[in-house]
Design a protein around this ligand. Structure first.
Ligand code: PLP
Length: 456
């Protein structure tokens, strides 16, 4: 019989620490420090087993965009579970939820994108378009056009290809990564790496590293360039305005496919359905995940441009790639219910016209703080850069320590934020109220006041 007797929270933590290997964790540290047992969520709040309430300014892991406790999604999942809990999409078969979801996603995508391939995770989505890009060029008789150019400090997931496309040094150091055929150029991180250049000049310079790399490799060898519209995990790095138009120009000039990784930015976070619309780009691939279902169930995918899809569909023959759960009907039903909420409550418009601008103003107000080098945001995605000295942009000697301290104090005070090196990141649900935005900003300010006083 299934044992669903609730365990006391201390037993849960003990069982977890004894048997569960956590992602991106130093397990020894976790075992020593303990684990928090989360029990429920409502709106923008989550609760732990002690009954402590937290304002989740990080929407889970950049994903719970419609907030917690949405009955509509639970009902849609329950109905689909009862009707058909699973069927594959391999045997010339589909399900209503899968087909309707593909159609719905394309309805937001603009005229040049009309196909979706479903995966379970953002990492798999990146693996998928990488293979598609190579199949595309091989079908056109250019199999040597196979190298992908990515960026340092990017995050594209944890599979072997995803981690290779990503530009995280600590990930590459584990497991002989990156795999061959993937190379990296610099990131458009003006505050940290711009030196004396004005942001616009720096944006152009970093974009032109792509051109230099293409010319070094030879355009006939380069299949694609991949980037997040705004780097998320790397620190919410908002590129200078000159960056993306130049990247698009270069991709067109050398006939390089453009893959945007919209696992975080997709489905409204920047106040547009997709980040490529915000930046006026025409990508060939768009990786999607998180906000597609607001994290209620795992589902992800790759949106494919007509240019590429026409070749894959009409000329390439079978594509030997897929996942047992590609287009899973229950996950698709959750995603459809989530998208219905976004539409009915006009949440993407809310991010663009109402709460996004309110958040931007409140967030930017933090830039007068002595510890803050820059406070940036687009839509409901924000970061503050912590610095030792504002005037010289001097950083703390051990990157990450101070970010962790600030993050931990914020969580102790009931507001969940994330730290990436010495940047504090927020990505709240789209339903967040103005007073909840004020709570996030004032808690962070109080914590920084406290920490800066301790440091001086
Ligand atoms: N790409 C980006 C931009 C991400 O932020 C993430 C996860 O945070 C991924 C890919 C990987 O997605 P997943 O964890 O679903 O594999």
């Amino acid at each position: 019989m299934l044992d669903i007797t609730p365990m006391p929270a201390t037993d849960v933590a003990a069982a977890d620490l004894a048997h569960h290997l956590h992602p991106f964790a130093d397990m020894k540290e976790l075992v020593d420090g303990g684990v928090r047992v989360m029990t429920r969520g409502e709106g923008c709040y989550v609760y732990d087993s002690d009954g402590k309430r937290y304002l989740d300014a990080f929407a889970g892991l950049w994903c719970v965009n419609v907030g917690y406790g949405r009955r509509e999604i639970a009902d849609a999942v329950f109905a689909q579970m009862n009707a058909l809990p699973y069927y594959n999409t391999y045997f010339a078969t589909t399900t209503t939820a899968t087909a309707r979801l593909a159609e719905k996603i394309c309805s937001y995508a603009g005229p040049a994108i009309n196909r979706v391939f479903f995966t379970n995770s953002g990492s798999e989505a990146n693996d998928t378009w990488l293979r598609m890009a190579r199949v595309y060029w091989a079908t056109l008789g250019k199999s040597e056009k196979s190298v992908v150019i990515a960026r340092q400090n990017a995050y594209h997931g944890s599979t072997v290809a995803g981690a290779s496309l990503g530009g995280m040094k600590h990930m590459h150091e584990q497991g002989n990564l990156p795999i061959p055929g993937i190379v990296h150029i610099g990131q458009p991180y003006w505050y940290g790496e711009g030196g004396d250049l004005a942001p616009a000049e720096f944006g152009l310079a970093r974009a032109r590293e792509l051109e230099d790399k293409i010319l070094e490799l030879g355009p006939e060898r380069v299949a694609a360039f991949v980037a997040e519209p705004i780097q998320g995990v790397g620190g919410v790095i908002v590129p200078p305005e000159t960056y993306w138009p130049e990247i698009q120009r270069i991709c067109r000039k050398y006939d390089i496919l453009l893959a945007v990784d919209e696992v975080i930015t997709g489905f409204g976070r920047l106040g547009s359905w997709f980040g490529y619309q915000h930046y006026g780009l025409e990508p060939d691939f768009c990786a999607i995940a998180k906000g597609l279902s607001s994290g209620y169930l795992p589902i992800a995918g790759v949106m494919v441009s007509d240019r590429v899809a026409d070749v894959l569909v009409n000329q390439a023959g079978p594509f030997h790639h897929g996942f047992t759960y590609s287009g899973h009907p229950v996950a698709a039903a959750a995603a459809l219910a989530n998208l219905r909420i976004l539409e009915e409550e006009r949440l993407v418009e809310r991010v663009r016209d109402d709460i996004g601008p309110y958040f931007a103003q409140a967030w930017r107000g933090l830039s007068d703080h002595v510890m803050v080098g820059e406070a940036v945001s687009v839509g409901l995605l924000g970061a503050v850069q912590l610095v030792l000295d504002k005037a010289t942009r001097r950083r703390f000697s051990r990157p990450g320590d101070i970010g962790m301290v600030i993050r931990n104090f914020c969580i102790m005070r009931g507001v969940i934020v994330r730290a990436s090196a010495d940047r504090i990141l927020v990505s709240p649900p789209f339903t967040i109220s103005r007073s909840e935005v004020d709570d996030i900003v004032s808690t962070l300010r109080d914590v920084m006041d406290f920490v800066s006083a301790e440091l001086s």
